[in-house]
Design a protein around this ligand. Structure first.
Ligand code: SF4
Ligand code: SF4
Length: 360
């Protein structure tokens, strides 16, 4: 596997690296199997986060004993010292290494968050202390806002930046990535397949590989996904593949779910993230795959009280308060077409939801 220099960190990381968010969705042994399989294929850079539930501990277990043969990055969403200290120590224990290679401030999307991590004797100072103690090697930042990251990188405090980069979300290519290159800052592309919305993950990744020094970290939790993603190394995208990426982009627009699940859980136990991407899913797998359990989930979606909790957590600012109800209705209509409920049953559900909405 080709190795890429991750900017001034001088870390040499695999051209395609490993996003460890999805391993939280499989059991420990399956997680270990897929991580070790990727390592055997030449992947040496693994990115996890405190926020990815079991991912850190499972990754630590899977990579135990590999020492400097692997490079491990993690991150914390906290921008205050006390919580960051807690998170750092948990990450340190879970990853089972002598040091953490890269610790990133996770989801810095607002100026006030950037100010909070930079304030004198604040979180950045805390991480610098960890570096002095030999428990941490490098400090990075992650965000969904390329413009804010221009400001962050110019402070000179970060050695890497992690940002969504894919065929649809290509804004970072205009200013941020050139700036990062000029400042010798490592560039990590999160969401390289935009949550799996492209017809082919492989061509979406091979498109990214056309951009030097941009290291994609596709999320993987199955061996077939590792094989498929790594095939992107074999050849640049063909004209036909580029046409398909463009067609996918035209079809999706910009308001679509990237499967990060930051919006969850819903206090009313509504599967908000699943509901808002279900149209995309069934379009791919076929509407005939819809089952009664899906109808139950969409029916629960109708009981959304528009509290806004999910929307406030979505880094892509999706209008979830409206989307959850609208998509639930649209999916239930599809359920009628599939014969999973009658038009009368649908009207009854809509009536109950409307009455409940008025009472809220
Ligand atoms: S807006 Fe609806 S789906 Fe979102 S958290 Fe509130 S109740 Fe749940
Ligand atoms: S709705 Fe937003 S926060 Fe929720 S999974 Fe989709 S992109 Fe992520």
């Amino acid at each position: 596997m080709e190795l890429v220099r991750l900017g001034k960190t001088e870390l040499m990381v695999s051209r395609i690296s490993f996003g460890a968010l999805p391993i939280q969705c499989v059991d420990r042994d399956s997680a270990a199997e897929v991580v070790r399989y990727a390592y055997d294929q030449g992947v040496n850079f693994f990115d996890t986060a405190r926020a990815y539930t079991t991912s850190e501990s499972d990754l630590g277990r899977a990579l135990k004993g590999l020492g400097s043969k692997v490079i491990v990055a993690t991150k914390s969403v906290y921008k205050d010292m006390e919580q960051l200290d807690k998170d750092f120590n948990i990450s340190f224990d879970y990853l089972q290494r002598n040091y953490i290679d890269l610790f990133q401030f996770h989801i810095v999307n607002y100026e006030k968050e950037l100010e909070a991590i930079l304030k004198p004797d604040g979180p950045l100072g805390y991480l610098r202390d960890q570096q002095k103690q030999g428990r941490l090697r490098h400090i990075g930042i992650t965000s969904h806002r390329p413009k804010l990251m221009l400001q962050a990188l110019k402070t000179g405090h970060f050695e890497t930046v992690q940002i969504p980069v894919n065929y649809i979300e290509n804004e970072p290519l205009n200013e941020l990535i050139p700036l990062a290159r000029s400042l010798d800052i490592g560039i990590i592309a999160m969401k390289p397949v935009a949550g799996g919305v492209f017809t082919s993950n492989r061509s979406a990744i091979s498109w990214i590989l056309q951009h030097p020094n941009v290291v994609p970290i596709p999320g993987m939790c199955r061996i077939e996904e590792v094989d498929d993603n790594l095939q992107a190394l074999n050849a640049p995208p063909t004209p036909a593949e580029l046409d398909q990426l463009e067609a996918d982009k035209q079809e999706l627009g910009t308001v679509f779910c990237r499967r990060c699940d930051y919006c969850m859980p819903c206090p009313n136990e509504i599967e908000a993230s699943y509901i808002v991407r279900s149209g995309m899913i069934f379009k791919r797998v076929g509407w005939d795959k819809m089952e009664q359990s899906h109808i139950d989930a969409f029916t629960r979606g109708l009981s959304c009280d528009q509290c806004g909790v999910c929307a406030s957590r979505c880094p892509y600012d999706l209008p979830l308060t409206e989307m959850v109800i609208d998509e639930s209705k649209a999916m239930l209509r599809k359920g009628v077409e599939q014969g999973l409920l009658t038009e009368e049953e649908l009207q009854e559900k809509l009536k109950v939801a409307e009455k409940k909405g008025k009472n809220n």
